[in-house]
Design a protein around this ligand. Sequence first.
Ligand code: GCO
Ligand code: MG
Length: 401
Amino acid sequence: MDTRIVDVKTVVTCPGRNFVLLKITTESGVYGVGDGTLNGRELAVAEALDKHIAPLLIGRDADQIEDTWQYLFRGSYWRGGPVLNSALAAVDTALWDIKGKRANMPLYSILGGKTRHGALCYTHASGSTFEETTDNARKFIERGFKVVRCQTEIPGTVGTYGAGQSSNPHGESLPFEERWEPSPYLRTIPKLFEHLRSELGDDIELFHDVHERLTPIQAARLAKDLEPYHLFFLEDPLRPEHHASFRIIRQHSTTPIGMGELFTNKWECLPLIQEQLIDFIRCDLAHVGGITEARKIAAVSECFQVQTAWHGPPDISPITHAANVHLDLATPNFGVQEWVEHPTEVSEVIHGGPTFVDGYLTVTDAPGLGCDIDLEAANRFPYQRAYLPTVRRADGSVHDW
Ligand code: GCO
Ligand code: MG
């Protein structure tokens, strides 16, 4: 059987930021690449891949993607959270890459073919003042972006998600500690969007990422206060744990809601989709178990007129960015794709990935994902311990980042 898996190699590398990559090789020599990067906990995924999962893959048929997914997901008995489902994503993505190469077709073609010429995309504009955020948004608009996420530093806080992080008193290899309070945040963000609309006009699509920091009633207030500025959506207003809280936002506002980067499987997304409590589902392909799981989430979302907006920050590799775009192109209920450019060293290690043209992302017609890993280059950039920031309230208590 020439599709028998004969080698599984985990690659941890830090070309400007840490990535956990996977290369699965079959008997015929055809190989696929995957990405299971979990920012701040990379080595947990690498160890799961190396010590627990790789031995299970040797000898399996690379053609059987769904069976392998079920075998790894259910076979562990313990349901996967972010660590195991990121490891599963790396395997799944590499197997889809192999399938594309064997078929000599780009992945979007295998997933059903193009439903659009490119994936509408957005990037992040931030600043320490309203003017700086506006100038940065304007630069992206001039480059052709049609959707821009806008964040600003909140007066009286120390850093805030997406803007205003200064040097770290705890040293670069320990978490930066932000200090944040909801009241100044809730007062500032509507004023930011009033400023942005008066400077940038109504044609550009704008939105904001709350990063799960608010209580249900605070989120409802923000969504309501932002209504006059017609956001594309309000991202991750609440923590992922309590779905029913989203009803409170819906009862008070018509601001569209996006949610999902902290979900790790389809069942977590389901109540929000079924009850139409969100408008955009934005899971991370590298954390939900890959393309196999994301396709199912997209399909169930289609039934409820929820659109996809897969997570695309710089802390996942160009391999997942490519997987995002292949899926975006083939998904009828695609909405928008997040895309943040990587540091230039990343292209020394990972070749390929999406291309930006006038507000849209495209991929080449190369078979599979169209990405490759340069293993020698990866060795030149060894892992460096790094953490996401943490947040404390003014009284010193821990808050969600
Ligand atoms: C986004 C996300 C990211 C996350 C990051 C954590 O919308 O892009 O909120 O910025 O914070 O992926 O590693
Ligand atoms: Mg986010």
